[in-house]
Ligand binder design. Sequence first.
Ligand code: SF4
Ligand code: SF4
Length: 375
Amino acid sequence: MTATEASQRRKPRQRGVEEVHVLWISEGMSCDGDTVSITASSQPAIEDIISGLIPGLPKVHLHNKVLDPSLGGEPYLAPFRAAARGELGPFILVIEGSIPNEQINGDGYWTSFGNDEQTGEPLTINWWIDRLAPKAWAVVTAGTCAAYGGIHAMAGNPTGSMGLADYLGWDFRSAGSLPIINVPGCPVQPENFMETLLWALYHAAGSAPPPPLDAQLRPQWIFGRTVHEGCDRAGYYEQGDFGKDYNSPKCLVKTGCWGPVVNCNVPKRGWMNGIGGCPNVGGICIGCTMPGFPDKFMPFMDQPPGGSLSSAVVRPYGAFIRRMRGITNRTVNAEPKWRHNHDALTSGYDPRWRPRPAHQTGPTRPAEPHSKETT
Ligand code: SF4
Ligand code: SF4
């Protein structure tokens, strides 16, 4: 054991929290699709986390308007108001939807989540973020809109929308010393979000290190590979075999798939219970998890600019390899020639191990040329 390992072992275990609130605000610019999406998670299921079925987690109190048992209104807002006053904690703040620029809202407002108790004026998501984010033990975004701005932040939008890190700063640190944790996707893939939340909860419990994030603040273990690297159709790409329309089972790069340059695990993980996964089931990848989405991937149905070059390069190599593999494939699809019902055994069987009659004793018979085939 090295000195570092020994000192790490001697370090007292970080004391974790026993209860945590999850304050989930979906009043950013969004369609609430991420909330709907996570209800489909099964590994882990949201209900397993809330009902304490997963060992080692703190007790979790979820406050999400779609999944909350209250009828809404003030009872629903109460924990949010308490957290804003600094009277509730620890809590994880989940933001769904992009953050509009309320400095350019004219005489109105872009979003609202409850009203000011004194004035009755609407409270914007920006108001809530300003008060809750610095107090939150962790801040997590659900979906591409909250992570990077998404559809509401595309060129020509009137709201000045942005992602949470653009709003709070990319060097933001929560009260638990964590950077913003981005879980993009449009909507977010259910297990991607719940698995990340689970990791954060184990970290809160003191039994896991902080979730490892990449430069775009995404969980590394989820977004470390491209769509292409996990795509069922990648074999067609490698062989230069491209589909011309969406009915084709072949690679879809010529019909607009951006998979080779997009970080997403959906072809591996599927959409629900392992089923689906955009290109696997005939849908081109439009890069919905990416910070540059949607502008950098439009128009969606056109072949990606780099796709023409890479497919042109791979086509001659792929065509040659495909032909060679075709020949080998035909060979291995035929049975060996000794499987017949003729009156002779032609399998190369060699009875060397049998005791030989006395008149045949002498030097060992050399192996037949075909004996190798039978070993
Ligand atoms: S369909 Fe897309 S992700 Fe799949 S192999 Fe083709 S280019 Fe790659
Ligand atoms: S495969 Fe592409 S379009 Fe599908 S979820 Fe992933 S990034 Fe989005």
